[in-house]
Design a protein around this ligand. Structure first.
Ligand SMILES: [Zn+2]
Ligand SMILES: [Zn+2]
Ligand SMILES: [Zn+2]
Length: 115
């Protein structure tokens, strides 16, 4: 039953993203010192450990994980996601080409779990 074992492995891999929550992340490249922020930092729900990195714009191939994450907040009133009624509109476009999660085919913008 080798086929069955393979199936189980594929399932656990696919389930990885179910435990993820979206966070606001702060990144800093250890190679060039460049820092940036993103509203698409993904961490495990249980322990807030970052799963995916983002590529440094100055260092192609260098993926950096956030050194700090925080709950997504409304840029207008500062409330955490879902806790206000402001009309939010993300001005910044998510750079999928620099995002490890998007590049793996699981696009950030297709996942709606903001917790
Ligand atoms: Zn860099
Ligand atoms: Zn608000
Ligand atoms: Zn992404």
């Amino acid at each position: 039953m080798t086929g069955m074992r393979l199936g189980v492995r594929a399932m656990s891999l696919g389930g990885k993203d179910d435990n993820l929550v979206r966070r606001y992340g702060w990144f800093k490249c250890s190679d060039c010192g460049r820092g940036w922020e993103s509203a698409y930092a993904w961490v495990y729900q249980e322990n807030e450990i970052a799963v995916y990195g983002q590529e440094c714009k100055s260092c192609p191939g260098k993926y950096v994980k956030p050194y700090k994450v925080d709950k997504l907040r409304c840029p207008i009133c500062g409330a955490t996601a879902g806790g206000c009624s402001c009309k939010r509109r993300d001005k910044k476009v998510h750079r999928s080409d620099l995002c490890e999660k998007c590049m793996s085919g699981k696009y950030c913008t297709l996942v709606g779990n903001e917790k």
